[in-house]
Design a protein around this ligand. Structure first.
Ligand code: GTP
Ligand code: MG
Ligand code: ZN
Length: 344
């Protein structure tokens, strides 16, 4: 059996790099039956169909170090969130959306502020410092002037990095600048609506072939148009704003939502220790999280008596629709979350 890494997936075909040889593989029936996802980044075991061509069958997926759901990749060392300082215009709420998602996924992001050639220095600093002060690793780059690329190479070397960010921010252009042989397709941002044109259509992993490392991988991804929060519950949200943690301990109420409670230490710190744009994003995401929770819970709580202990226990009832939609395990997870939230 041969070993290799999945670097591209196209419909039913999995493209594998095995010691710089490329194989086009299909999945063995048993993997399909188990409904096991094979992701870009997976290390797999496969058998060649014949000695003469480069086709094979994947038999087994090796254990993963980690996996990310959006984009769907595995075995990554870091995620680099690419932001354009201009074209498309920088949006803090959008940055915070991605940051919350990475916190939720327990993946440490590196934030790359690209297109520095289009922006004044003091404006760049003002924007970047918001995230630097929170503790995020940041880097400023331009593919036009080459700013930041030495530093960037040092941050990428010997790692597998997945790029993330909306369309048009320069993800593919950055990869081309790191290795001019790759020649990935890029496209202008639309002047009409200040949006990218979704040029990259598929996830693909590339070896950057740095002079001093042949183990530096980068994954180009299609830019999301919108990352919606249909997975976070209200009580989980404040911990995803990592700078809130040190202040929320001093809120008067343990279950403070930091919205209109008296003696809320988060609200007290907005405008000094907590950036206004961060707090505004929090409020906006909280609304989305509440809507998500409402969608999950229609039927309220159910009280059952345990005849042995003669004690009552309260359960959360999930709506009928959700019951059909989700598998047993998922249901249990959701129930646990809500019961925790309602302190049942
Ligand atoms: N001025 C300037 N333009 C840049 C820079 N980086 C990228 N661009 C331009 O931005 C446009 C979009 O770049 P892409 O690399 O296609 O963006 P992308 O993030 O890959 O977009 P999708 O594939 O649609 O997700 C192209 O016209 C690039 O030339 C930069 O540092 N400065
Ligand atoms: Mg692209
Ligand atoms: Zn509070």
């Amino acid at each position: 059996m041969e070993k290799g890494k999945v670097f591209k997936i196209h419909s039913d075909f999995y493209y594998i790099d095995s010691n710089a040889n490329i194989f086009e593989c299909k999945l063995k029936e048993v993997i399909k039956k188990q409904k096991q996802n094979v992701l870009v980044g997976d290390n797999v075991f496969f058998k060649k169909i014949s000695q003469t061509n480069n086709q094979g069958i994947i038999y087994k997926v090796a254990d993963r170090i980690n996996e990310l759901t959006r984009p769907k990749v595995s075995n990554i060392n870091q995620a680099m969130l690419v932001i354009a300082l201009k074209e498309p215009n920088l949006s803090h709420i959008q940055i915070n959306r991605f940051l919350c998602f990475f916190e939720y996924s327990k993946i440490k992001p590196l934030i790359c502020f690209n297109k520095s050639d289009l922006c004044e220095e003091n404006e760049i600093e003002k924007n970047v410092n918001i995230y630097k002060n929170i503790g995020y690793e940041t880097i400023i780059t331009s593919i036009k002037t080459g700013e930041g690329f030495c530093e960037l190479k040092n941050k990428l070397i010997n790692k597998t990095t997945v790029l993330s960010g909306v369309s048009g921010v320069g993800k593919s252009s950055i990869i081309n600048k790191l290795n001019s042989q790759l020649m990935l397709k890029t496209n202008k941002v639309s002047k009409k609506n200040d949006k990218g044109t979704h040029t990259t259509r598929h996830l693909q992993m590339y070896n950057l072939n740095f002079e001093n490392s042949n183990e530096t991988f980068i994954i180009d991804t299609p830019g999301f148009s919108y990352l919606s929060f249909d997975f976070i519950l209200p009580n989980e949200l404040d911990s995803l704003f990592i700078e809130f943690n040190q202040y929320k301990k001093m809120c008067k109420y343990n279950n403070c939502t930091h919205t209109n409670e008296q003696y809320c230490n988060i609200i007290n710190n907005v405008g000094c220790n907590i950036e206004v744009s961060r707090y505004e994003s929090y409020l906006s995401f909280l609304n989305e999280a509440k809507k998500y929770k409402d969608k999950l819970t229609y039927s309220g709580n159910k009280v059952e008596l345990n005849y042995k202990t003669n004690q009552q226990k309260t359960y959360v009832k999930i709506s009928e629709k959700k019951r059909i939609d989700s598998r047993r395990l998922q249901k249990q997870k959701i129930k646990n979350k809500i019961e925790e939230e309602n302190e049942i």
